[in-house]
Design a protein around this ligand. Sequence first.
Ligand code: ADP
Ligand code: MG
Length: 780
Amino acid sequence: MFFPAHNRLPLERNAYVILHTEVRSERVRQADLTKCPFSSRFQSIRMTVPEPLRTPIPQLPGMTPLRAEQFRRLGLFRARDLLFYFPRDYEDLTDRRDLKDLEAGKLQSVQGTIDRWTSRTTRRGPLTTLFVHCGDGYVKAQWFNMPFVTKPFEVGRRVLVTGKPKDDPPYWIMNHPTVTYLADDEEIDTALEPFLPIYGLTEGLTQYHVRRTIKGLLPGHVPLLDEVFPRPFLEDHRLLTIHEAVPAIHFPPDRTVLEYARRRFVYQELFILQLALAMRRLQHRTHFRATPLKSTPAIDQRARRLFPFTLTAAQEKVIGEITADMERPIPMNRLLQGDVGSGKTVVALYAMLLAVANGCQAVLMAPTEVLARQHLRTLERMLEGSRVKIAPFFGGQRPAERSAVLQSIAAGESQVIVGTQAIIAGEVAFHQLGLVVIDEQHKFGVRQRAALKTGGKFDPHYLVMTATPIPRSVTMTLFGDLDVSIMDAMPPGRQKVKTYIPRPDQRDDWWKFVRRKIEAGRHGYVVVPLVEESEHSLIAAEQWNRGSSRSLADPPLPADSPTPRPVAARSNLQRSAVDVRSLRDVFESLRDGPLRGLRLEMMHGRMSTEEKERIMLDFRSGEIQVLVATTVIEVGVDVPNAALLTVENGERFGLAQLHQLRGRIGRGKHPGFCAIFANPTTEEAAKRLRAFERLTDGFKLAEKDFELRGSGDLFGTAQHGMPPMRIADLIRDRDILVEARADATALVRDDPGLARPEHEKLRRQMLARYGGVLALGDVG
Ligand code: ADP
Ligand code: MG
């Protein structure tokens, strides 16, 4: 339909017919997908691609070795790769005019030849001027203060100049237009091609080269492309065929068709991913076995008796979902999202008690030792007087202690094991592991889950908990193999936290206020983004810089541990290290200044475990009134009497971190007060802070963050081991995502294993892209 004119197909077409049939005749072995859809033998599946599409780029007609090498640098090796090398943008040439028809002030394009150009420095800075001869007159293009527009223009070359012209007889002047070189023989018929594709380039390659190469391939190669979707499916979903969509995405005849072409590929990309996820869920249901952990009224009562409060409706709902999961012989695979302070620990405890009551062991893992130890204390307190035996497992344990713990775990004496990720280092052998709870680590992905070996022939149930609000479109993709529970309400009596972003001159007032509150019995945190201004802190500064560009969905960094990454941009770091107020500075100036006489203490990640533990206990008991700390307190720390939070250099924190930090206060019966002192240097940073001041709901903040930064690589597909999205944008294409997910789920329900012949191509594409990655996640 939108196909560029191709009255004559190249000769290879005939050759192809034969080759293609040959390739087709050696049929790929039919896979019994319902049995084992992702086993490694499928990774070797090759799609049957007709010969011309597989032609190595160096062998394409008219290709020079140099150009082929440039394409190779872009990761393009074969003819087919070029067809799927989509433009990253388009030059809008919709309004192409002759010189005499130009209108002032409207975006238009005009074609001509470069006549002459100059580049000089004026009092107002560098000025580059270009005269383009267009029939019976000139367009004078000029660039002010754009020193990078100084590379020589090629006199005599044909160009298309696009910009908003100004009538200034005898010229039409265009300020800062775009100039597109046309090859001598290149005729761009803007009626047919009103959008000129703009491709990602590499050194030495021009837009024209890419454009011409791809355009040359379209007529001969597009008809050879295989349509993965069955025809009725395309019609039902209003999708262009591959044969319409490929030419249209390179050379769209109009905006509507461009949108349709893009939609086709976005849909396909998301649909294939959703198919893979649906298959993974299916595989999970059919291939993995867990010990069913059944609840009874007696077990339920025994568990509830241990809680000093009535569960909230949100907690009840989630416990219902978890209990239903755990009593099945299939491993639970659930992500529990609940804002900071919503009471996830109790839910985890309930699940663990259920495992123990069924004669199984349960593991609770936390990202930091501070948090793991807090969990240990909470569990020990709540389980006091019960017969449940708890074992701590930390990285820093002494050998004797550790081997005793390992032994009691292996023998099944320890029923609940609490610790850090050290538990999955492979050393721990379980007696019968029934449940794994992973706290505050939504990035604890498929891979890590696979690393945890149970010892038995059953897989454990998994509960991954996070306060990180993950936008729905992300849970539907990166976490698409997990069931999601959301805890959307807080325990009763939860106090409001008031947030301020004070001006520097309001500092004294804030500290006076803090002092009054502390004298009235509250506790407070002061959070500072650096340990000290030393060599070491440069590294930390780099980490903080990264920290400030982190997203809400990022995991908490291991609390202020120095990053192992090499420090590259030294001078920048030095600068940032200097303007960061160090922990000790802040501590001393508060102790000797506005908070004199109060009991202050300092805590950071490089202190020993015992020391941190002592400080946390003293802070909890009130022995310490103000804790000046790095983000060691960032996640999960629960001290009900803490009501004040001061953050220094707030611009260095991501929204997620600020939200986590704010979650440390207002947890008891007293309202919380939070002040962020910040010097935002970018508009985005300022917007983030304003959003933070206004919004307290983590999910709303996450959406805001998502919106402010765009999806980009925010959610680090790579860290999840997933191939990156090539064309889909999780924000912009959310509607398509929802549609693709529903369609994929329905298709897998309808044709489990995608065994029907009309689904074979979809199945193969899905396996080629995700089979390997998701197979890595095979648990057990
Ligand atoms: P988070 O979801 O951030 O991990 P926690 O589990 O630490 O939250 O709970 C926050 C605080 O709320 C804890 O002090 C906990 O004891 C308390 N809490 C949890 N559930 C309830 C409830 N149903 N009623 C009252 N307080 C609760
Ligand atoms: Mg918690």
